[in-house]
Design a protein around this ligand. Structure first.
Ligand code: GLN
Ligand code: ZN
Length: 756
C-alpha cells in the first residue's frame, strides 16, 4: 500500500485563530494559559483533519507560537544570553517571544526569508560560547498529546545541518558549522527521547540541500547523519524547494530510512532516486504543490508515480512537495468565488485529499478514486480552455513586441541632460518614496467604499482632500519632487491586481508571513491585461495642485509576480512580461498626461533570485528585461525612478544597473550607508537616492545624523548623482514624525548644496 503523508500543516488556523490569540496575548487581553489552549485546540483540529483525509501520520513540531526554526532554538537551548531570564531559564514563552520580538530594550533576533518563500524565520545566533542542551519540553509534550489522541505522531524538525547553516555568527573568527558535533549530541538525545515515547518515524528537514553547497559542507552534512545513525526512530530526511539530484548518490547512502524529494519544483529528479534506492529505504515523493493554490492534476500525478509505485510498493510515500505552511488553510472558507475558478483551486485541506487520492489510485487503481479523478480532469480541461485564462490579444501583443521595446531611446547621459533641462531640479534633489501616513480616516474611507457604505463621489472627494493635504505639506517642507501619497492604496500589489485582468482575490486565503503577520496574496490565474488606466486620474489631479514635478507611482512587474500566487501553466517569465506590458501602457499614459517623473517600485527583485547560483543569470535576464519593457515607452526627458527596500545588492549590481532606471532609491540608513559602498565600487552609472531616514522606527534622526549619512554617500557616489530621500514609504508613520523628519531632510539637502 502506497502511503499518503504530510510534511507539515499551516499553523495559523482556518480563521487565523493563532494570529488573534498571539496578538491578544501580546496586548495582555488573554492569559498565557489561554494562548496555550488555542495552540492545543489548533493542533488537535489539524491532526484530526489530516487523519480524516487519510494521512498516515500526525506531523508534530510543525506548530509554533511564532516560528518553527525558533522552536528548534528553544529546544536545543541556543538562546542568546541577552534573552535568558534572571533565573537563567529559557524554556518559557516570555523568553521565546523575547527572541522573536525583542523585549524591554532587548533587541529581537533577526528575521529573514525562509529560502525563496515569503515566510520569515527567526535567524539563530551562534557564538563560540554557544552551548546546546535540551531546554524545552514542548515537542515531547506534543508527541504525548498526539499519542493520547490515538494518533501516530511523526515529529518534524529542522535537521541539524540546515539549522546551523541558516544561522549567523555572533563572534568573530568562528564558523557556525564548527558547532555541529555539539549540536548533534543534543539531536541524538532528542531522537532517543522520541524513541522512548514510542515514535515510529521522525522527519528531519534539510532544505539547505537545495542550495549551493561545497564539497566540505556536504561532507559535514553526511557526517551529521552518520553520527545520528544509532539514535532515534526511523528517519525520513526531507529535502524540498529544489533539485537535489546532484546529491542522489550521497542521500541514498546515508543511514536514514527514507528520503523525501520535491518533484513539483524538480520533476526530473525522480529517476535519480528510483535507481539503486536501497531496499531498506522509503522514497517520499512530493507531488502536490505545497507552494501554490492550484488543484493537482491527479491523473498526471498518478502517471508520474506509476513506475515508482510498481518498483517500490509500500516503500513509496506520496506527499505535498513541502510543508503546507505556504498555502492557505481551507478552500471551504471561500464563499464568493465563482464555481469555475473555484474548481481550479486547492488549499491545504484539499491538498491532503489529493495526496490521499493519488496514493489510493496507485494502490488500488484509478477506479478507486473515480469521482476525485473526474473532478480533477474537469478542472484541468476547463482551465486549459477557459477564455478567462487564455486571452489571444495578450498573446498576440507579446508575440509582436518590437525588439527595442526594452530599451530607452538614448543612453542615460543623454537622458540625464534632457531631464535636467525639463525638471530644473537643484543638486541633491529631495523626494519621498510614495506613501504618506495612512491615518485611521483614510483607512476607514477606503473600507467604507469597498463595502459600498459610502458613494464613489464621496470617496473620491475624501481621497482628493488627502492628496491636496499631502501636496500642501510637501510644499511647506520644501521637497523637490512630489508624490500624491498613495492614500487610495491598501497594498502596493493588490491595488494593481484589482484593476488588472487575469487576477483574482480570495476572502480568506491567508498564509503566514512571520509571527502573527499573515498575507493574502492575489492569484494570477490568466493572461494579464489592463482594461483601463489605473493611476492617471489621481496623479494628474495631484499634479494640477503644484508646479513641482509629481511622480507617477507604480508597482513593477517582478514585485507583482513575486507577491502573488502565480499560474504554473506558463513560465513565470511569461506572466511577468504580460505584467510588464500592461504596466508599460500605464507609463505611456502617465507621460501623455504630462507626468514627467514615474517611479516603478521593484522591492522584490532580489528576493526572486533562484536558490542556486547557476540559475541567477537566467532569472535576472528576464526580470530586468521586464522592468525595462515596463519603463521604456517614454521620451528621454521623462525620468524613471525605481525603488528597492533593504536588500543585499552587491552580487547583483550588474543586473540593477541593467534595469537602467534614471534614479534608484534604496534603503541604506539602517546599514549606515554600508550598502552604498558596493554601488560606489561597482561605479553604478545612474542617479541614486540612498535612504537617510529609517522609516521603520519611530525614532527621529537629527540633522547631524542625516548629514553624516550623506557625507558617507558623497564619499562613494559623485555628488551630482545623489538624491536625498527616506528609506521607504511613510505609510506606517504618524504625521508629526513625518513632518519633523522631512523638514530635517530638506535642511540636510540644503546644507549639502552649499558645501558641494
Ligand atoms: N511606493 C511604496 C510606498 O511608498 C513603496 C513601498 C515599498 O517599497 N515596499 O509605500
Ligand atoms: Zn521600500
Amino acid at each position: 500500500m502506497v502511503v499518503a503523508h504530510n510534511l507539515g500543516f499551516p499553523r495559523i488556523g482556518a480563521n487565523r485563530e493563532l494570529k488573534k490569540a498571539q496578538e491578544s496575548f501580546w496586548a495582555g487581553t488573554i492569559s498565557e494559559a489561554e494562548l496555550i489552549e488555542v495552540g492545543r485546540e489548533l493542533r488537535a483540529k489539524h491532526w484530526a483533519l489530516q487523519k480524516n483525509a487519510g494521512i498516515a501520520f500526525a506531523p508534530v513540531g510543525d506548530f509554533a507560537f511564532y516560528d518553527h526554526v525558533l522552536n528548534v532554538t528553544a529546544l536545543v537551548g541556543a538562546v542568546p544570553p541577552r534573552h535568558a531570564n534572571a533565573s537563567g531559564s529559557t524554556a518559557d514563552l516570555k523568553t521565546y517571544f523575547s527572541m522573536a520580538r525583542g523585549d524591554a530594550g532587548v533587541p529581537a533576533q533577526d528575521m529573514t526569508k525562509w529560502f525563496d518563500t515569503n515566510y520569515h524565520y527567526i535567524v539563530p545566533e551562534f557564538a563560540d560560547t554557544t552551548k546546546f542542551a535540551i531546554a524545552d519540553e514542548s515537542l515531547f509534550a506534543q508527541v504525548s498529546e498526539a499519542l493520547a489522541a490515538g494518533l501516530r505522531p511523526k515529529p518534524v524538525l529542522v535537521g541539524p545541518f540546515t539549522y546551523l547553516y541558516l544561522g549567523k555568527e555572533k563572534s568573530a573568527g568562528f564558523a557556525r558549522l564548527s558547532l555541529l558535533p555539539a549540536l548533534l549530541e543534543v539531536y541524538a538525545a532528542i531522537l532517543d527521547r522520541l524513541t522512548l515515547l514510542g515514535v515510529e518515524w521522525v522527519q528531519l528537514d534539510e532544505p539547505a540541500l537545495a542550495l549551493d553547497l561545497t564539497a566540505d559542507k556536504l561532507e559535514l552534512f553526511a557526517s551529521a547523519y552518520a553520527r545520528l545513525a544509532k539514535h532515534g526512530p526511523k528517519k525520513l530526511l526531507a529535502t524540498y524547494f529544489g533539485d537535489v539530484s546532484d546529491h542522489a548518490a550521497l542521500l541514498k547512502s546515508l543511514p536514514v530510512d527514507g528520503i523525501h524529494i520535491d518533484v513539483v519544483r524538480a520533476p526530473a529528479q525522480l529517476d535519480s532516486f528510483l535507481v539503486d534506492l536501497p531496499s531498506t529505504k522509503v522514497l517520499s515523493v512530493g507531488v502536490v504543490d505545497g507552494r501554490n493554490i492550484w488543484r493537482n492534476d491527479i491523473r498526471a500525478s498518478v502517471a508520474l508515480l506509476q513506475k515508482a509505485s510498481s518498483s517500490l510498493g509500500e516503500r513509496l510515500w506520496v506527499a505535498p512537495s513541502c510543508s503546507l505552511l505556504h498555502t492557505p488553510v481551507d478552500l471551504a472558507n471561500e464563499t464568493k468565488l465563482d464555481a469555475e475558478f473555484r474548481s481550479w483551486l486547492a488549499f491545504s485541506t484539499q491538498k491532503l485529499a489529493e495526496v490521499s487520492a493519488i496514493a489510493t489510485a496507485l494502490t488500488s487503481g484509478e477506479a478507486a478514486v473515480a469521482s476525485q479523478l473526474a473532478e480533477s480532469d474537469a478542472a484541468v480541461a476547463s482551465r486549459k480552455s477557459s477564455v478567462r485564462v487564455n486571452n489571444p490579444e495578450v498573446r498576440a501583443r507579446i508575440a509582436q513586441l518590437p525588439a527595442n521595446s526594452d530599451a530607452r531611446q538614448s543612453p542615460y547621459p543623454v537622458r540625464a541632460k534632457a531631464q535636467a533641462a525639463r525638471l530644473q531640479l537643484p543638486r541633491f534633489p529631495t523626494t519621498t518614496i510614495g506613501s504618506f501616513p495612512q491615518t485611521a480616516e483614510i483607512r476607514k474611507a477606503r473600507a467604507d467604499f469597498k463595502k459600498g457604505t459610502i458613494p464613489e463621489a464621496l470617496y473620491v472627494e475624501k481621497m482628493k482632500a488627502e492628496i491636496s493635504l499631502v501636496v500642501e505639506r510637501q510644499e511647506a517642507y520644501g521637497i523637490d519632487v512630489f508624490v500624491h501619497g498613495e492614500a487610495e492604496r491598501n497594498d502596493m500589489v493588490e491595488y494593481f491586481g484589482e484593476q488588472l485582468a487575469g487576477f483574482a482575490f480570495t476572502e480568506n486565503g491567508w498564509v503566514q508571513s512571520y509571527g502573527s503577520r499573515c498575507v493574502k496574496p492575489p492569484v494570477i490565474f490568466g493572461d494579464v491585461s489592463r482594461p483601463k488606466p489605473m493611476t492617471v486620474d489621481w496623479t494628474t489631479y495631484a499634479q494640477s495642485l503644484t508646479k513641482k514635478p509629481m511622480k507617477g507611482m507604480l508597482t513593477g512587474p517582478v514585485t507583482v509576480l513575486q507577491w502573488s500566487f502565480v499560474r504554473v501553466d506558463i513560465p513565470r517569465s511569461e506572466t511577468c512580461l504580460q505584467l510588464a506590458v500592461a504596466l508599460r501602457d500605464e507609463v505611456a499614459d502617465l507621460e501623455k498626461a504630462g507626468i514627467a517623473v514615474i517611479q516603478i517600485d521593484e522591492p522584490a527583485i532580489r528576493e526572486g533570485l533562484p536558490l542556486r547560483r547557476k540559475d541567477y543569470d537566467a532569472y535576472l535576464e528576464w526580470a530586468t528585461r521586464c522592468f525595462r519593457v515596463n519603463a521604456s515607452p517614454v521620451r528621454d526627458d521623462t525620468q524613471i525612478h525605481t525603488h528597492m527596500c533593504y536588500s543585499e545588492f552587491n552580487d547583483i549590481l550588474p543586473a540593477i544597473a541593467a534595469m537602467d532606471a534614471d534614479v534608484i532609491t534604496i534603503e541604506t540608513s539602517r546599514s549606515d550607508m554600508e550598502l552604498l559602498t558596493g554601488f560606489g565600487t561597482f561605479a553604478y552609472p545612474n542617479d541614486i537616492g540612498p535612504g537617510v531616514y529609517d522609516i521603520h522606527s519611530p525614532r527621529l534622526p537629527n540633522l547631524a545624523e542625516m548629514l553624516q549619512l550623506l557625507e558617507k554617500a558623497v564619499a562613494v557616489i559623485p555628488a551630482e548623482r545623489l538624491w536625498v530621500n527616506p528609506d521607504c514609504g511613510l505609510k506606517t508613520r504618524k504625521w508629526p514624525e513625518t513632518e519633523n523628519a522631512l523638514t530635517t531632510m530638506v535642511a540636510a539637502a540644503r546644507e549639502l548644496r552649499v558645501k558641494y
